[in-house]
Design a protein around this ligand. Structure first.
Ligand code: MIC
Ligand code: SF4
Length: 754
């Protein structure tokens, strides 16, 4: 039986009437996205004709998922909310803190030792508050959610940007910061700006080398890393229906890379097959009873441009495999052009490593199709040229692929299998020699390829592709090789060509697992005691942030003017820093160390205005903090792209940064800043970015009358005595302004409990 089946029954029981009344209200056919959103309004939220990209709406998500690296902060906040138990079904997944080095068994044993304190903390907090706990080695959060918890028409949030993966099972699943998760677990409403809607019509059918991943690689090329901001992407059409459920998951997963709020697909047979294969016949049967509500109204897909803000059409029969990168996931190149583009850009063409896995592409289907290529190494007398590394998505997948002989095939090509965890995808990769910073190329089936992400080496050119392309290219060891058309010379000196990949959508003998790694919480957790040692390096209880002092801010220092791409990886790097995710003061030592200083083009080298010398960003900010001086951070477009990690907002807050002024924000990061009581501002006139100088002192004016829709003024006082007055926009609503005044949203929840 599925987890939380009573909750799912309730959602489906209430859905038809809620959708009917929403349809009457808006007086037109509804998209699937609207149906799910309107059927998850919070009880205090009046149904209304919400304006897309404008209206803030309160929702009640059905469930919450958290991964270990973000759960620590989410749960440290929840512990302060004064609630005895979580209000909605919630889970914690230990997947980010396991370093890939020697292979699954060794690495897991090492992580269990190295991060024992954190895993014990997460396990006992979960036990106390009624949260399901997935132990290290159980699998990657999004794969485990898809296998166990996602359900068509449901709504969930998760403290990870790739929570959106559950759209593959027809959910509206959204990545958030820990403070948002804390609200929902405390039983409060969750607020979201009513999204815009992008419709993607898929015609034709995938075949041969083309995989679901290529759909999203192509969409990323069209929409770019910010094209999906504040939008939900809804996929439909015959091409969508003919695709596997896990393939749909891949497409939704990488919607995070275009900044989309989430992506989703209507309920169909592939979802029903997947639910049944993963032991949830009950959910499939229930979904069948409300089928028409789990997809858009017929008129919508017949005439999409009338109902979506933007429509994209992709013919799967004509779609080519794509390879995206390096350094950004939206630089899309079709495989037939890759050689030309790679040579023209002087990308290193020798592939040193191919990596299969991550939450994006670690399904049974992905692995079975990759295996069909790996098998050709022996049948065609080839030799794999590059290293090949695998992270299975869950223990259920790993157990099943071992049973089905896939791991043996990989073994024969010299592959190494790591733990069922994120591993290299999040920089938890102890890659030999990466400290030498040699120029090299890797190709992986992950979703992100920002500089330094996988191995910390800024000169690693990382390319994103489907598992099939990754496998073929790793065998060839050459970025200019097109497996669809080119020949390889085998061990016998013959010219051989790959046969196109094939595989099974689902295991014909069914999924199997011995120990899934799940631990259910105590029925009554009130007696469970949580210990956090005051001398711990890894965990630190949170002190409330100070409330706003009630006046305009003056004489703030410019901390850094960041140039170009500034993702959450640049603001709060992962990899080796992941170990401090439960200790705000320690992790603050990585604040903005990856951001490029506009004035000298260097990372982690900024001017300390007090001493005049160039020092690391956290050091300079700590110097300002010790003198009681606030500061501001200035940034470029799509600032805070990528992860949901709220550390990127909490670190500046903790160290005394008061405002972040940028050309534009990524959605989750903007909300995280607001939640923590920071000022998240955007230039009214983007060209004003140029006016900001290295030695500036800044006043922020208008805070005493801070109100929705009214801009603020920033006075930049330059060292030569001149000054520039700049207007800044914000998107705070009345509630969010209260968060700012209180010094953070959590201070309000806390006050409500007392
Ligand atoms: C990522 O892919 O960047 C992560 C690590 O999963 C993050 C979450 C985190 O920073 O812990 C994400 O995508 O939100
Ligand atoms: Fe883990 Fe990578 Fe997925 Fe993030 S994107 S959850 S790091 S596998």
């Amino acid at each position: 039986m599925a987890f939380d089946i009573e909750m799912i029954k309730k959602v489906y029981a209430e859905m038809p009437s809620k959708i009917d009344s929403a349809r009457k209200l808006v007086n037109r056919p509804l998209t699937l996205t609207e149906k799910i959103l309107y059927s998850h309004l919070h009880t205090d939220q009046k149904q209304d004709q919400f304006e897309r990209a404008k209206s803030y709406v309160d929702f009640s998500p059905d469930r919450v998922a958290m991964q270990d690296a973000t759960a620590q902060m989410a749960l440290l906040q929840f512990m302060q909310s004064g609630r005895p138990k979580v209000a909605v079904p919630s889970t914690v997944h230990c997947d980010h803190l396991i370093t890939a080095k020697n292979g699954a068994n060794d690495d897991l044993a090492f992580a269990n030792k190295e991060s024992k304190e954190v895993f014990d903390f997460l396990g006992s907090v979960s036990n106390k508050y009624g949260i399901g706990f997935w132990k290290p080695g159980a699998g990657i959060i999004h794969q485990v959610v898809l296998e166990n918890y996602a359900f068509p028409g449901g709504m969930m949030i998760g403290t990870d940007s790739h929570t959106v993966n559950a759209g593959g099972l027809g959910m509206i699943a959204i990545g958030v910061g820990g403070a948002d998760a804390c609200d929902v677990m405390a039983g409060l409403a969750w607020e979201l700006k009513m999204p815009k809607l992008i419709g993607v019509k898929l015609t034709g059918k995938l075949s041969g080398w083309t995989a679901p991943k290529d759909v999203i690689l192509k969409v990323a090329g069209i929409l770019t890393v910010k094209g999906g901001t504040d939008a939900v992407v809804e996929y439909f059409g015959e091409g969508a229906i003919s695709m596997s459920c896990t393939g749909k998951g891949t497409i939704c997963n990488m919607g995070a890379e275009i900044g989309a709020t989430t992506s989703t697909f209507g309920y169909d047979d592939s979802m029903s097959r997947y639910l049944k294969a993963t032991g949830r016949e009950d959910v499939a049967a229930l979904a069948d009873t409300v089928k028409e509500h789990l997809t858009a109204d017929v008129e919508v897909y017949l005439n999409p441009s009338k109902y979506f803000d933007q429509v994209i059409e992709i013919n799967l029969s004509e779609l080519e495999p794509h390879v995206n990168g390096p350094f950004t996931p939206d630089l899309a190149t079709p495989i037939s052009k890759l050689k030309e583009v790679a040579l023209a850009n002087a990308w290193p063409t020798k592939i040193s490593v191919g990596l299969l896995g991550s939450c994006t592409n670690s399904s049974y289907e992905d692995i079975s199709r990759a295996v069909s290529l790996a098998k050709q190494v022996s049948s065609k007398h080839l030799k794999a040229k590059a290293e090949y590394l695998i992270n299975p998505g869950s223990e259920q997948i790993r157990y099943t692929i071992e049973r089905d002989g896939f791991l043996d095939v990989f073994d024969q090509i010299g592959a190494k299998v790591f733990t069922n965890a994120c591993g290299p995808c999040i920089g938890m990769w102890d890659r030999m020699g990466s400290e030498k910073h040699e120029k090299n190329t890797i190709i992986h089936s992950f979703n992100r390829n920002f500089a330094k992400r996988a191995d910390g080496n800024p000169n690693t050119y990382a390319f994103v592709a489907s598992p099939e392309i990754v496998t073929a290219m790793a065998i060839a060891g050459d970025l200019t090789f097109n497996p669809l058309t080119d020949f390889l010379t085998n061990e016998k000196g013959e010219q051989v060509k790959f046969d196109a990949p094939n595989g099974d959508e689902l295991p014909t003998r069914g999924f199997e697992v011995k120990d899934s790694g799940f631990q259910s919480p105590a029925a009554d957790g009130s007696q469970v005691v949580i210990n956090v040692s005051p001398t711990s390096d890894r965990l630190q209880l949170l002190d409330p942030f100070a409330a706003w002092e009630g006046n305009d801010l003056s004489d703030l220092k410019l901390l850094i003017k960041a140039k170009g791409k500034c993702t959450t990886d640049h603001i709060s790097m992962a990899g080796p820093w992941l170990k401090f995710r439960g200790h705000l003061d320690n992790i603050s030592n990585n604040m903005l160390i990856g951001a490029v200083n506009f004035f000298n083009e260097k990372t982690d080298t900024i001017k300390n205005q007090l001493s005049g010398s160039y020092e690391s960003v956290p050091k300079v900010q700590r110097a300002y903090k010790s003198q009681g001086i606030g500061s501001i951070v200035v940034g470029d477009e799509n600032y805070g792209e990528g992860s949901s990690r709220e550390h990127a907002a909490m670190e500046p807050r903790h160290l005394g940064v008061r405002a972040v002024l940028v050309k534009s924000f990524a959605r989750i990061h903007e909300t995280n800043l607001k939640k923590q009581g920071m000022l998240a501002l955007t230039f009214v006139n983007k060209a004003d970015y140029e006016k900001i100088q290295e030695n500036d002192s800044i006043n922020i004016i208008g805070l005493t009358t801070f109100s929705p829709g009214t801009s603020l003024t920033l006075l930049f006082k330059h060292s030569d005595g001149t000054q520039d007055e700049i207007k800044a926009n914000h998107t705070y609503n009345a509630q969010q302004i209260e968060w700012f005044k209180a010094g953070g949203a959590l201070n309000i929840i806390r006050a409500g409990v007392k």
